[in-house]
Design a protein. Structure first.
Length: 546
């Protein structure tokens, strides 16, 4: 008998990528309004680093770096609309999107008209630009009208820049033009890559209300200089002269020092969401109306550069996990920072804004009806776009808090430029996982950055070896025994503690395998976690509409 080993099912190849492209709708095509076809065709013809991957050194201050001068020339052509509104600019390895959503909802609750610019999107590119007091995605009509209005200028700019203007630069420009046209009171802007060389970093000191750096991790390592130190320097590039800086964290001490030194040089007051005077606590967890909810306390009490104070007890956050509590605390510090600058923001608006924030693909639970559509009747399905080692750890912590006794099955697809082995290590060491099924997902609508299930399998094998975990695959007798169609009693140890890792070429096959394995014991709570990329999350949501 093979004791306490991990079992690996394998049955796909690189050819599965093509099948996956055909069988799953992609981010770029799902739910897009037909009237935006001209716009989508236009920007899809431009250089798109989300599809192709970011070149080495692209986010660094080097000859290989993104050309911020090109973005400035583009915005000059349109009258520099970014000078017509105040902005909160957010950089960081993880937590940018959630923090932006929290801040935006706080400001909307107070009654401000808010522009919010984030990336990537889940179902429609319109999600990247939110407008006004409602927080709804920009309408297809408004976006399309803007495109036709500026197309001639875009054509000329692209010609003058020898075709080098990118998809992200054009859409960033469109967002800023819309924010100016709609006369938003404030814009919350998420940096795309790094900070210093990112297209969003054309915001001047006079236009910046506050800069925010959430975290510093190793994602996009090659593009940002090859070390945590160079990544920190790139993200510190959004700090502007005498404008406040809010730190999320936590950071490694020497990394935080790099950021603080830049703030000292620019004379920027610093507010840290994890200062010793602050207190963050998760008190309990529950499922309310089919959605996860964690009850938290946030107490902010800073006494250094800016004196800020706020106490929020029994706060009900719809996005669970310690990392989301940290993001909420960061957003609270931003709100308090703005209040110190003269913006009217009440504690009640902070509470209400935080509590109303919910994002697709961030610890998202599907309904029982949706689970049934996916063929997983009786299972809880959790969608989470975690794609780094750090986010995998946060995901496992959330699962242990929310579903401490559940049987777990993971469906995983990842982009080729992620730390696959590091991600796998966090999942395998975070809790006992009964099943892991690897597959492929289109990344930004293309196969360029997709990782085949077979390559992912190699990384998971490597991770299991580094953890000292035995494995069992399809060529072994033990594996064939696992596939036998027979029920397992609830008090037995299914597979002698083995974890099954399957590789499949389609989402449908992944869910079928998960269902077959989990249904061996129908009387127990089963959680299927779909993760590794926001793109596979998008594919799942798209399949619900088929």
């Amino acid at each position: 008998m093979l004791l306490h080993c991990k079992a690996f099912l394998t049955s796909s190849s690189l050819r599965g990528i093509a099948r996956q492209m055909r069988s799953l709708r992609t981010l770029s095509s799902h739910r897009e309004d037909p009237e935006m076809k001209d716009l989508l065709d236009y920007i899809d013809s431009l250089k798109n680093y989300e599809k192709s991957g970011v070149p080495t050194g692209a986010g660094t201050d080097s000859n290989d770096g993104f050309d911020l001068g090109r973005m400035r020339r583009l915005m000059d052509r349109f009258g520099n609309p970014q000078s017509n509104f105040k902005a909160v600019h957010i950089a960081g390895t993880k937590g940018k999107g959630s923090t932006a959503a929290y801040i935006s909802n706080i400001l909307r609750t107070e009654g401000y008209s808010v522009g919010c610019y984030t990336s990537p999107h889940i179902q429609t590119i319109r999600e990247r630009i939110l407008l006004g007091r409602s927080g709804d995605p920009v309408s297809a009509k408004l976006l399309n009208n803007l495109f036709h209005r500026i197309k001639q200028d875009l054509d000329q700019a692209i010609k003058e820049e020898n075709g080098c203007i990118s998809h992200f630069e054009v859409f960033t420009a469109m967002a800023f033009i819309l924010f100016a046209d709609e006369k938003v009171d404030i814009a919350v802007i998420e940096a795309g890559l790094g900070g210093a060389r990112d297209a969003t970093n054309i915001i001047s000191s006079s236009g910046l209300a506050a800069a925010v750096i959430t975290t510093v991790g190793e994602e996009h390592l090659a593009a940002l200089g090859g070390s945590l130190e160079t990544i920190a320097m790139a993200k510190a590039g959004i700090i502007k002269q005498a404008r406040p800086l809010v730190l999320g964290g936590p950071f490694l001490p020497h990394i935080e020092q790099i950021i603080r030194e830049k703030a000292v040089i620019t004379g920027s007051p610093i507010v840290s969401a994890y200062d010793a005077g602050n207190s963050l606590a998760v008190k309990s967890f529950s499922i309310v109306n089919g959605k996860p909810c964690q009850i938290c306390d946030i107490e902010i009490q800073t006494v250094k550069d800016l004196k800020l104070s706020c106490k929020l007890h029994d706060l009900k956050l719809q996005m669970p996990g310690d990392h989301q509590l940290q993001n909420a605390a960061t957003a609270t510090c931003v709100a308090l920072c703005l209040r110190s600058l003269g913006w009217k923001i009440s504690d009640e608006s902070i509470r209400s804004g935080l509590q109303s924030t919910y994002l697709l693909g961030r610890s998202q639970l599907l309904s029982l009806a949706d689970a049934k559509v996916l063929g997983l009747t009786g299972a809880t399905i959790l969608l989470d776009g975690a794609h780094t080692k750090e986010s995998a750890k946060a995901l496992m912590n959330t699962i242990k808090m929310a579903f401490p006794k559940a049987r777990l099955a993971f469906v995983v697809a990842m982009a080729c430029d992620k730390d696959h082995a590091g991600f796998a290590q966090e999942i395998l060491s975070g809790a006992y996982v009964e099943t892991v099924i690897l597959t492929e997902a289109a990344i930004a609508g293309a196969a360029t950055r997709t990782t085949s299930a077979s390559l992912l399998r190699d990384s998971w094998i490597k991770a299991s070896e580094e953890l000292g975990v035995g494995i069992c695959h399809e060529g072994m007798t033990e594996y064939r025994e696992l596939l036998k169609e027979q029920p397992v009693s609830s008090d037995s140890n299914f597979s002698d503690g083995k974890t099954i890792l399957a590789t499949e070429s389609s989402l449908k096959d992944c869910l079928r395998v998960a269902n077959e394995i989990l249904n061996r014991r129908r009387d127990e709570n089963c959680v299927v976690v779909i993760t590794g990329s926001l793109h596979i999350v998008s594919s799942v949501l798209a399949s619900l509409d088929d």
